[in-house]
Every structure is written in structure tokens, then in C-alpha cells.
Write a protein that binds this ligand. Structure first.
Ligand SMILES: Nc1ncnc2c1ncn2[C@@H]1O[C@H](COP(=O)(O)OP(=O)(O)OP(=O)(O)O)[C@@H](O)[C@H]1O
Length: 358
């Protein structure tokens, strides 16, 4: 397994950048998810890594070798990268073991070793009893396992996964997430996983690169993205809650700053002395009758075990969790504790409102 590194990676289509100066390093054995809205460049980054496209600027390094750059381009088949597609891309006329064996046949691995490696890969992906089936005789989840086994069998330097669960139903998606986690633990593979499903990205990845308009907005562990979003886009795109503007009061302490938020003074966690916005997750909100900040309940959805409330607090939409159903139109007091404050001078108010889920 190998480290994957992007340096100033840029790709334009008809002069418009699909990737705009990407700098990122994915450690050997790390599981990284690329998360972002449609058209942000996730698939383009994957295709450049696989070698299906050439960059206009910048370089890709795999295990210390330059595989794409101004003076060098290693073709896809020589990169030793495994790819798992949304559409499975299995050979329809080959059996499960025939599909898994194929990458070893291409590499002219002797038959005995080939059989042993195929058996191991089928065992690891829970397909031992399906070796002789044809792809048409398998479910979607089983087909995706074959695609994983086919990838695993030739011990690639990195594995790229392009929305591999997009064609599966909800129940199967979550059981396949367990399969991917197990696959990663057992193989220690360097994995780059494209998705626009944030729960999938947060559940599976060691780190998530949140992309927007061809750039990486933040590249961090899932819990860091949730607790300490870098800007309004990440705060609104990842996880639930609200993003609201805040005003400095002049008071601060190490790692904390006192801000005026919705007209209340609130101590906030922060890495900057001059924040402009706060991210208020539902867990940061407590509802009580006597809190000074008043809000009106505008939405109530049962999530199983708790309710998700949407509150209108002076024109800003907040999200809170509650243990009882609330009546729409009811007025409640809101206390905000320990939100995260950050500086985003580029944030435009309309975008913040659009990103904050109501
Ligand atoms: N072959 C191409 N020719 C022209 N434009 C392209 C081409 N491939 C991608 N693009 C453009 O580049 C941008 C990034 O596309 P990309 O497919 O990488 O996004 P994405 O994040 O994977 O989106 P999605 O989640 O919808 O798959 C988009 O604006 C897209 O229209």
C-alpha cells in the first residue's frame, strides 16, 4: 500500500476548472472519503488518480513515484490501482471466481498461487459459497463484494471507490458499510472513496475531504468536521444544525471567545480571536421555559428515540433535539452552550441561509 499525494492538481474542461489547485496527502493505509455536492469535482479527482484523464497542471504521486505531471504520465494499467465502480463492472460471462481471478491471469500469476489468492479473497468478502455463480445470479450487494474481492486479490497500491453503494437499497447500504470497514481493517489498503452521502463518509472514513467548486474546503477527521467546521460551507454541508453570524464583544480566554449570538452573550469554542460566524449543532441547544432567547417551533420530525425540532429565533432557523413531541407554533426558551466560532469573511448571508437546513 502506498501514500497518495496531490500537488497543485488542476483540471479544466473547456477552460472551466473542475479541479482548482488541489493539495492533499492520503497516508499509506488511510481511508479517505471525498464528499461534496454534485459537480464539485469528486469524480474528476478519482479519474485523474486512476489515469483516465490527464491533469492540466500539478502532479499526482503514488508511493513516492510521479504517476501524472508535466513530464510524466503513467497509464492506468501500470499504476496498480484497484477501482470499484457504482455499476460493479463485472464480466457477465465469467463466474465469481473467474472475475476475481482475472487480474491475476493478466499478471501471469501461476495457477496454484492464483487459486490460493482467489480463495482467500472470496473468504474475506464472504463469497466462498458463491464461487461458481454467474454475476446475473447475485444480488447487488453480492456483486459489489465480487468487485471488492477482484480489487483485493492483486494487492493494489491504492483502491478507488466511486459511489460504490449508490445502487443499493438503504438496509443493504448499511450492511455493505460494515463490509468496507472490515475490508479496510483486514487489508490496510489506502482507500479513496467518493460519495455525496455524508453519513456514509462520516461513518467510514479516517478523514474526509469536503469539496466545493473544484477545491478542498476542509480535510479532517469526521468528528473535527462536525465539531470544528472551517467555514460556513462545511458547517452547513456536514451534519445538522445552524450557521449564524456573530459579533465580537471584546472578551476572550484561551481557546474561547465571548460573542453576541442572536442577541445573547455566548462563550464559544474558537481557534481565532476574530470569528464572524458560529456553528450551532442541535446538541448545543437546551430548551427551557425560562431561557431569555425566545423561539417559535416551526417543525417537528420524529427520528426514532427523539424528535428533531426546527425553531425560528428572530428570523434564524435553529435545530434542536427533544424527547417529546412539540406543537408547531409553540414558543420555547433556547440556551446555546459551547458552539464553535470561526472566521469566514467570504460568507454571503444568502448562502449561509441556504445551507442551514430548515
Ligand atoms: N468530460 C467532461 N467534459 C466537460 N465537463 C466535464 C467533464 N467531466 C466533468 N465535467 C465538469 O466538471 C465538473 C466536475 O465534475 P465531476 O463529475 O468531477 O463532479 P462530481 O463531484 O463527481 O459530481 P457528481 O456527484 O454529480 O458525480 C462539473 O461541472 C462537470 O460538469
Amino acid at each position: 500500500m502506498a501514500e497518495l499525494k496531490f500537488s497543485n492538481l488542476t483540471k479544466r474542461f473547456d477552460g472551466i476548472p473542475a479541479l482548482d489547485g488541489i493539495d492533499a496527502t492520503i497516508g499509506s493505509g488511510e481511508f479517505v472519503a471525498l464528499l461534496g455536492p454534485s459537480g464539485c469535482g469528486k469524480t474528476t479527482l478519482l479519474r485523474l488518480t486512476a489515469g483516465f484523464e490527464q491533469p492540466d497542471e500539478g502532479e499526482i504521486h503514488l508511493g513516492g513515484d510521479t504517476v501524472a505531471g508535466a513530464s510524466r504520465f503513467v497509464p492506468p494499467e501500470a499504476r496498480e490501482i484497484g477501482i470499484v465502480f457504482q455499476s460493479y463492472a463485472l464480466w457477465p460471462h465469467k463466474s465469481v471466481s473467474g472475475n476475481v481471478s482475472y487480474p491475476l491471469e493478466v499478471r501471469r500469476i501461476p495457477r496454484k498461487e492464483r487459486e490460493a489468492r482467489v480463495a482467500e479473497a472470496l473468504e474475506l468478502t464472504g463469497l466462498r459459497d458463491f464461487a461458481d455463480r454467474m454475476p446475473s445470479q447475485l444480488s447487488g450487494g453480492q456483486r459489489q463484494r465480487v468487485a471488492l474481492a477482484r480489487c483485493l486479490v492483486f494487492e493494489p497500491r491504492a483502491v478507488l471507490l466511486d459511489e460504490p453503494l449508490a445502487n443499493l437499497d438503504l438496509a443493504l447500504r448499511s450492511s455493505m458499510q460494515d463490509v468496507f470497514s472490515m475490508f479496510h481493517r483486514r487489508t490496510g489498503a489506502t482507500m479513496l472513496y467518493v460519495t455525496h452521502d455524508q453519513s456514509e463518509a462520516l461513518a467510514l472514513a479516517d478523514r474526509v475531504a469536503v469539496m466545493e467548486a473544484g477545491r478542498i474546503r476542509q480535510f479532517a477527521a469526521p468528528e473535527v468536521l462536525y465539531r470544528e467546521p472551517a467555514d460556513c460551507f462545511v458547517a452547513g454541508f456536514v451534519g445538522d444544525g445552524a450557521v449564524v453570524p456573530a459579533r465580537l464583544t471584546g472578551r476572550s480566554a484561551p481557546g474561547r471567545v465571548l460573542l453576541s449570538v442572536l442577541g445573547q452573550e455566548v462563550w464559544c469554542r474558537s481557534a481565532t480571536a476574530t470569528p464572524s460566524h458560529v456553528s450551532i449543532r442541535p446538541e448545543a441547544i437546551t430548551l427551557s421555559d425560562d431561557a431569555k432567547l425566545r423561539s417559535r417551533i416551526t417543525g417537528c420530525t420524529y427520528l426514532g428515540g427523539r424528535f428533531r425540532l426546527v425553531l425560528d429565533a428572530g428570523g434564524e432557523a435553529l435545530v434542536a433535539f427533544a424527547h417529546r413531541r412539540a406543537a408547531i407554533g409553540e414558543t420555547v426558551g433556547v440556551s446555546i452552550a459551547d458552539p464553535w466560532a470561526f472566521c469566514d469573511p467570504d460568507a454571503d448571508t444568502l448562502m449561509v441561509q441556504a445551507l442551514t437546513r430548515a
